[in-house]
Design a binder for this molecule. Structure first.
Ligand code: ATP
Ligand code: MG
Ligand code: MG
Ligand code: MG
Length: 468
């Protein structure tokens, strides 16, 4: 089943249950300074959830463009994470509650008319105190007890605002992906044998400023499911990157680089990262975000540079990402016409940024050349960790590149010094995060809603990325 068909089925299913189909909102939050990016289907609907606005129809469904920068390190390493993805959602604003949402989720997932998963492959997690949800799964749906896992994490709470227990649905991909005797293979574990596909949040409390919880005037339902993950199961492929949503970008990059997919693990990682980042950048630019040195623009700049660096690891030494904009449009344009309508603009922005970065790289090389001479003139044979870090921090030069260049010139680089300069910067970022009041956030579709500080977004990109 093609991804576009899954998306259509989702919307048609919830429409048949009386939902209004809401088009995807922009990736840039509207009137919401607490959020850097729209990161869940519910995020643009917040005014309905907190009662500021009353919707015409209390049942809403959507397929929402989302960006999650906190998953950047996972991209290409797990089978299931992207920085840009589509979250399919259904929402009840004080209308239906647990029983209906669980019943419909099961129907959509297992009925042949919809996506028709084999029911014996499905397991769920519930919040241990949520006996109601347990009973619906067990008695009404008939899911055996041993396939209902109780997890403390299944309470969705952003620190302040609507919150409540959730239940998540996992698809068992089978023995090939891990051993059932290993608890890491169970839902919620690190292993991806059980693929989390859908989170149903029962928002029934308000977490008040003073830390107390009070029942919401109306109980709400907020769910989110990953389109790319459904596609990977329904297309029977190994990862989200092997679905029809990603292969066209991967294949085009293979042509440009003259490499093949599924031959070399390093190449595959690069191809996946590029396919991921170009979607994020193309959509963000399409929504009006331009590369810059702060906030959203900086996230886009880092992602583009990261993709350029991965491109270099495939031997691509010229601007090429801009060419993939068309491919993204071919894949996604049916539902998101903006990527097609704004294609020329997006291409121009990406191309300019790629050209600039290639220049930066050559500026970095000039500086590195000067450093090598200085070190030699001083009668030494090692580039200091601080200098290597400065190249990394200012010019986006990863350590490996500096080290390669140094060794070509008969020098070494002080790795320990580089690591401690990096650690010092992490410390500064941590301190800055504490000052800006980073919260302890539970997982859930809204888990990033408290991402207050723009600094967090790019310090994470800066400090955690091997290639930046
Ligand atoms: P995971 O545990 O796999 O990181 P999550 O628990 O963080 O997922 P939720 O916040 O519950 O995810 O979001 C709802 C759904 O959105 C998930 O069940 C998943 O299908 C999808 N999803 C979440 N994050 C991503 C991502 N980075 N890339 C692709 N799909 C995602
Ligand atoms: Mg999860
Ligand atoms: Mg996550
Ligand atoms: Mg989840």
């Amino acid at each position: 089943m093609k991804a576009s068909e899954i998306r259509s089925k989702w919307l048609a299913f919830f429409e048949s249950k009386g939902h209004h189909i809401e088009p995807s909102a922009s990736l840039v939050p509207h009137n919401d300074p607490s959020l850097l990016w729209i990161n869940a289907g519910m995020a643009p609907l917040k005014p309905y959830f907190d009662g500021r606005v009353i919707p015409d129809n209390p049942r809403i469904t959507n397929s929402q463009k989302c960006i999650r920068t906190n998953d950047i390190e996972n991209v290409g390493k797990t089978r299931r994470h992207h920085t840009f993805f589509e979250m399919l959602g259904n929402f009840s604003i004080g209308d239906y509650f647990k029983e209906e949402v669980i019943t419909w989720a099961w129907e959509f997932l297992t009925d042949k008319q919809w996506i028709g998963f084999d029911p014996s492959r499905l397991s769920v997690t519930v919040y241990p105190e949520d006996t109601e949800a347990f009973e619906f799964w067990n008695k009404k749906i008939g899911l055996p007890e041993e396939r209902i896992y109780k997890l403390d994490e299944n309470f969705w709470d952003i620190g302040e605002g609507p919150c409540g227990p959730c239940t998540e649905i996992f698809y068992d991909r089978g023995d090939k992906y891990g051993d059932l005797n290993d608890p890491e293979c169970w839902p919620g574990g690190e292993n991806e044998r059980f693929l989390e596909v859908w989170n149903l949040v029962f928002s029934q409390f308000n977490h008040n400023k003073d830390g107390s919880y009070t029942p919401l005037p109306n109980k709400n339902i907020d769910t989110g499911a990953g389109l790319e993950r459904f596609a990977s199961i329904l297309q029977d492929v190994d990862s989200n990157f092997d679905t029809d949503l990603f292969r066209p970008m991967i294949d085009r990059t293979c042509e440009i680089a003259n490499v093949s997919y599924h031959v070399n693990a390093d190449h595959d990682l690069a191809l996946k990262v590029i396919a991921d980042h170009i979607r994020t950048v193309a959509f963000a630019v399409g929504d009006g975000v331009l590369p810059s040195n702060e906030g959203r623009g900086y996230v886009i700049r880092r992602l583009l540079r990261r993709a350029v660096r991965y491109g270099k690891s495939l031997g691509i030494d010229r601007p090429f990402l801009f060419e993939l904009t068309k491919v993204v449009g071919d894949v996604m344009g049916m539902y998101y016409p903006e990527v097609v309508e704004k294609r020329e603009f997006i291409e121009r922005v990406i191309r300019t940024e790629e050209e600039r970065f290639h220049e930066t790289l050559s500026d970095g090389l000039t500086l590195l050349g000067a450093l090598v001479s200085q070190v030699r003139e001083a009668g030494k044979n090692e580039i200091s960790g601080e200098d290597a870090f400065r190249l990394y921090d200012t010019y986006g030069f990863p350590f490996d590149l500096t080290e390669d260049y140094a060794s070509e010139n008969g020098l070494t680089v002080d790795r320990a010094g580089f690591d401690s300069a990096m650690e010092a910067q992490r410390e500064r970022a941590r301190a800055a995060r504490q000052e800006t009041g980073g919260m302890n956030v539970q997982g859930g579709p809204l888990s990033e809603l408290t991402e207050k500080s723009e600094f967090v977004g790019y310090s994470e990109l800066t400090t955690n990325s091997k290639i930046t």
